[in-house]
Write a protein that binds this ligand. Structure first.
Ligand SMILES: C[N+](C)(C)CCCC[C@H](N)C(=O)O
Ligand SMILES: O=C(O)CCC(=O)C(=O)O
Length: 376
């Protein structure tokens, strides 16, 4: 296979081309200089940068480039010499989209076994990769104790505490201070968009369910957003540009936050959905804007409640859903208790905590992080 590097002509020697067969990657001279893998540039122990990247000369250029198939040897106009392992400048092509968007036809629900994930790193890794790919995972065999989920939470890192404490009850009670504590159905929603930051992952553990009703509903918000973008681009545009507000108030707390129902990154990729009818308080925008917003929200609501996009698992005692709260909408059907009690427990875990465990498990298993890093 033909392998070579060259300083690209006509770029003031500020770009490098790395070629292997018919695959080529281009690099900026400053990018290469600030990542030079040597002990003056990057601290050998932490990998953190020692030089100030923003203070490098803006016109820094490459003065030499060679490759022997193993190492790329570069020199720069500031006299620096950098040697990169070839594969660091030529990562394997990205392994494809890590997110798989789904609808009601999803054949196999991502699932995990509590004690296996607790005891075996490969099972925990599989659980977290499934969670990343599909936005949720159903865990079986969770102990039927109040904090039964806790040992598995602790495999990842800290539980996020809130004004409701650590792991909290979701149970109907006479004097409900939140509508989740009634026997009402709950529309598909994301949790707590009135917090900042919004909880990353929801862990919802069933201790007992109602005989009739109380089924869970799950919708892939990224799939719904994709459909909206395709079928009603004007509505999509409106929901990505209108910042709405959410509010939760009880005797001890006043929580408020705002953001769009569909949030994009600077490249236009959907990175988060928010939806919580019970607590949304859209500001009094000019009526023309609201007119458009209400039509768009209605179109989005039709999608997140569409049976062809919705899964309806019913949690049995000892089952638990872990859900990506930036992607998934969850809800439940109404129930009526003639006897017994429907008792769920819920906890939150942050996104960085969850991602960190997934990535360290990958590293342990020797799966390259390279393409992830470079595409990030
Ligand atoms: C029952 N307790 C108050 C502890 C939790 C309430 C859960 C949060 C709510 N379902 C939401 O829509 O964000
Ligand atoms: O009761 C349920 O099944 C779900 C509760 C819920 O959606 C919530 O607490 O956010």
């Amino acid at each position: 296979m033909d392998v070579f590097v060259e300083i690209i002509p006509g770029t003031h020697a500020r770009q490098l081309r790395v070629v292997e067969g018919n695959r080529e990657t281009r690099f900026h001279a400053l990018w290469l200089r600030e990542r030079s893998p040597d002990a003056e540039t990057l601290d050998p122990r932490t990998g953190q940068r020692l030089i100030e990247a923003a203070a490098l000369p803006q016109d820094l250029a490459l003065t030499g480039a060679a490759c022997d198939g193993e190492t790329v040897d570069l020199t720069f106009s500031d006299g620096h010499r950098a040697r990169f392992p070839w594969r660091d400048l030529h990562p394997a092509p990205p392994a494809g989209a890590i997110h798989e968007h789904w609808d009601a036809s999803l054949a196999i629900m991502p699932s995990a076994d509590f004690s296996q994930a607790l005891e075996r790193d490969d099972a925990l890794s599989e659980m977290l990769e499934g969670l990343e790919r599909y936005g949720f995972v159903k865990v079986s065999g969770v102990p039927l104790t109040l904090d039964g989920m806790m040992p598995l939470v602790e495999r990842l890192g800290p539980l996020r505490r809130t004004n409701w404490g650590g792991i909290a009850d979701v149970k109907s009670i006479a004097d409900a201070y939140d509508l989740t504590m009634t026997q009402r159905g709950l529309e598909p929603h994301t949790d707590n968009p009135y917090r900042d930051p919004i909880p990353g992952y929801i862990w919802l553990h069933c201790l007992s369910n109602a005989d009739s009703g109380g089924d869970s509903t799950l919708t892939d918000g990224f799939m719904a957003a994709k459909r909206l973008r395709r079928d009603d681009p004007d509505a999509f545009d409106c929901l990505t540009r209108t910042s709405t507000r959410f509010r939760y108030v009880d005797d001890d707390a006043h929580l408020e936050s705002e953001g769009p129902l569909i949030e994009l990154d600077p490249r236009g990729k959907v990175i988060r959905v928010r939806y919580n009818n019970r607590t949304e308080r859209i500001p009094p925008l000019p009526p023309e804007q609201l007119e458009r917003y209400y039509a768009a929200r209605r179109a989005f609501f039709a999608l997140i409640t569409a049976p062809e996009l919705t899964l309806t698992p019913k949690l049995a005692p000892g089952e638990m859903l872990i859900m990506d709260n930036y992607r998934l909408l969850h809800g439940r059907t109404a129930f009526r208790l003639s006897q017994g009690v429907r008792h769920l427990r819920q906890g939150y875990v942050d996104r960085d905590t969850t991602a960190s465990r997934r990535l360290t498990l990958r590293r342990q298993a020797g799966i390259s992080l390279h393409s992830l890093e470079e595409s990030a």
